[in-house]
Each structure stands twice: as C-alpha cells, then as structure tokens.
Design a protein around this ligand. Sequence first.
Ligand SMILES: Nc1ncnc2c1ncn2[C@@H]1O[C@H](COP(=O)(O)OP(=O)(O)O)[C@@H](O)[C@H]1O
Ligand SMILES: [Mg+2]
Length: 243
Amino acid sequence: MASVLRLEGLRYAYGQSTQPVFSDLNLSVDAGEFIAVVGGSGVGKSTLLRCVAGLIPPSSGRIKLNIKQGVANRRTAFVFQDARLLPWRRLRNNVAYGLRGLKLTPAERDVRIDEVLGLTLIDDLARRWPYQLSGGQMQRAGIARALAVHPQLLLMDEPFSAVDALTRQKLQDELLSIWQRTHNAVMFVTHDIEEAVYLADRVIVLADRPARIQLDQRVDLPRPRQRDSTALQQLAHFVAQKL
Ligand SMILES: Nc1ncnc2c1ncn2[C@@H]1O[C@H](COP(=O)(O)OP(=O)(O)O)[C@@H](O)[C@H]1O
Ligand SMILES: [Mg+2]
C-alpha cells in the first residue's frame, strides 16, 4: 500500500543540546492508517509530531510526505491538547480561520464548515464563543478546524487527555466514526496505552533518551472494539511492558 508518511533516520535536538530528543527514527504510515504513538511524559512525542507537521525542522534525517498539495487542501492538520481556539472568534469563525489561504469560494467555504461541524456534532454551537464551550466541545471544534482543510494526514497530540473519562470515550468513538468516513491517515499521540490500543491499527512505542521506537505493534482486533475485552487488555498489557 502507498505510504503517506515516511520517516528516515529522523533525529531532533533542541537548540545547542548535544543530547537529541530522538534519533534514528524510521517509520512508514500507510494511506488511511490510524497509528498511535505512546510513550512517557517528556519522551519526545510532541516534538516528533511537530517535526512531521513541519513546525520545526529535524536536525537530520528525512520526512517524506507522499501527499498531493492541492489549492483547496493542506497535506496535514494538527489537533492540540488544548484546542487553541481564538477567544475573539465564534466557533464557526475559528473553523473558517483554519481555511485562510486555501482557494475556496465563499460558498465552498460554507459547505466545508457545515460539513465538519456536522461530522464533529457541533452544528448547533457554531455561533458560540470559545468561553461558552465545555472542554469536550472545544476539542470537537479543534478537530473540526483540522478536518476542514481536508488533510490526508491528521496529527493529534493528546487531544483527549484534558477531558473527563466519559467525554473521552465519547470523543474516541466519534473520532473513529469520522476516520471511517474521511479515510485520512491519523497519527495520534497519547500517553494512555488503552486509548492507543482501542483506537489504532498500529501502536508505536517510544522510550529511552534519545528516544527510539521500542515496539511497532499491529492491532488486529476487529472493529468495533470492546474496551474491556480480554484480547484488548492483554495487548495493552504487552505494550505497557515496552514502556
Ligand atoms: N522548546 C524546547 N526547548 C528545549 N527542550 C525542549 C523544548 N520542548 C521540549 N523540550 C524537551 O524535549 C523533550 C521532549 O519533549 P516533548 O516532545 O514535549 O515530550 P512529550 O510530548 O513526549 O511529553 C523533553 O525532555 C522536553 O523537556
Ligand atoms: Mg507532549
């Protein structure tokens, strides 16, 4: 299958630091694939995702994005843990803001926005200000803003770690249903192993300093998955041992 992302010998060190955060990372992500990256706090998950997003340049190695750059889409889009909505824009205008620079007629833009607000189940909140949203609703808005640019690779950095457990489960299931409809690849960073195993086709474990890929584990459990199934719990336990 065609890969959308390939990392070759990727290494990153902050500033003058001689100790890299990670080095010699090699990874390939297929079109439409859902991969989760797990690892402890400070291991380098966010740094890796920022490299892939092109927000920071790697110290060495290569990032190959095999994605066509159209005038009406972006190749990747980022969902942050804290949503990062602009407080002075209503929800709808936050989503619209993500579309700036793309070649879309006003009508096309409206269709896009309606589409992603529908996918993330927040159509009825479109006119609210960010301060009028719950944590879960803010995360939905962050996902809507990312989806609106029709990315082929969605980058998510612990997007559900700041919401309560019940909301988190709901958001996980909504994300899976969106993913099954949009067919984009997802690179989902989390420190929660059960979340990774529940969501992903593959779980990548980062550990050590400099961080390396300690495990690249396919998750073959059929979907929809049962969170409390023995098979899922056993796999989570296996992954946890590599951390
Ligand atoms: N801007 C920065 N400058 C220097 N060091 C940083 C910076 N951001 C993160 N780090 C360090 O890089 C390491 C990896 O951080 P990060 O990628 O945020 O880890 P994670 O997301 O896995 O918790 C940590 O040791 C962190 O302290
Ligand atoms: Mg992080």
